[in-house]
Design a protein around this ligand. Structure first.
Ligand code: G1P
Length: 289
């Protein structure tokens, strides 16, 4: 049995250009879906997977993320004084415990591989998760929890995967698949954003990873890949012959909140899951379709 996964890295340095002007001053990770910022869904999913330490790789202009996970002294005291204990208890129920949230900065936008590498000293040499916050995942017990459970059986490295239409494969990391039992797929190769006509399959990596600490010396070389960026996928590909490497078809759904339509769909889907707004939201949506 492999080590439990205790730490998760959240690369949150991206500019969010596809959601401008909303993201001009507001970090894209703080965009609300119903009444929670996108980043809180990711943290709650990680916590449901047993993650104890949350490592955020930020950049300039992202300090609202730190504030969101901090103790809100003035707000909490005011809620207490007004007797709004329900609201206060709700906030305290998800607030990370002191010392479990760490921040480091990616000083330059050099790619996802570089962002993860920036967290190397905080992770150390142990298996860890990477959570791309733009990909909002729904489902129970959660995508990352399913991956942690699978990792206990396989060890090595696991990425969440999804089939996409062939004409979309050039937007993703793509698998060269081996043995496939319908849920777990052996990974024989990985290629970042291949041209549509040479992609090895239409099975793509989505924003959840469990990686071994062996990824860090590979990222250290800082080789540039697709788009001139230091790609996580390229270093993962080098691990394939050395360690077990699998893709997991997860049971929930993914919404790409980095894009307008994905974000709008996430709001509708999450709203329909919420007893306090579901019926009203259904009435509203009906008026427009
Ligand atoms: C990143 C990864 C890519 C992965 C995708 C999932 O790409 O590099 O391999 O398939 O996330 O959302 P990005 O969306 O940052 O271009």
């Amino acid at each position: 049995m492999s080590n439990p996964i205790r730490k998760a890295v959240f690369p949150v340095a991206g500019l969010g250009t596809r959601m401008l002007p909303a993201t001009k001053a507001l970090p894209k990770e703080m965009l609300p879906v119903v009444d929670k910022p996108v980043i809180q869904y990711a943290l709650e999913e990680a916590r449901a997977a047993g993650i104890e330490e949350f490592i955020f790789v930020t950049s300039r202009g992202k300090s609202l993320i730190e504030d969101h996970f901090d103790y809100g002294f003035e707000l909490f005291e005011t809620l207490k004084a007004k007797g709004k204990t329900k609201e206060l208890d709700e906030l305290l129920s998800w607030l990370p415990k002191a010392g479990t949230v760490n921040f480091t900065r990616q000083q330059q936008p050099l790619g996802l591989g570089h962002a993860v590498w920036c967290a190397r000293h905080m992770v150390g040499d142990e298996p860890f998760a990477v959570v791309l916050v733009d990909d909002l995942m729904t489902g129970t017990p959660g995508c990352l929890a399913e991956m942690v459970e699978a990792h206990a059986r396989t060890g090595g490295n696991i990425v969440a995967i999804e089939e996409v239409p062939q004409d979309q494969v050039n937007k993703y990391g793509v698998l060269d698949p081996g043995a496939d039992d319908g849920t777990l797929v052996e990974v024989k190769g990985l290629v970042e954003k291949p041209d549509i006509d040479v992609a090895p399959s239409n099975l793509t990596v989505v924003g959840r990873y469990i990686l071994s600490g062996a990824i860090f010396p590979l990222l250290e070389t800082q080789e540039r890949g697709a788009g001139g960026e230091i790609q996580l996928t390229d270093s993962m590909a080098k691990l394939i012959d050395r360690e077990p490497f699998h893709g997991l078809r997860f049971t929930g759904r993914r919404f790409d909140c980095g894009k307008k339509l994905g974000y709008l769909e996430a709001i509708v889907a999450c709203g329909m899951d919420r007893p306090d707004v579901a019926a009203g939201l259904q009435d509203i949506v009906r008026q427009y379709v």
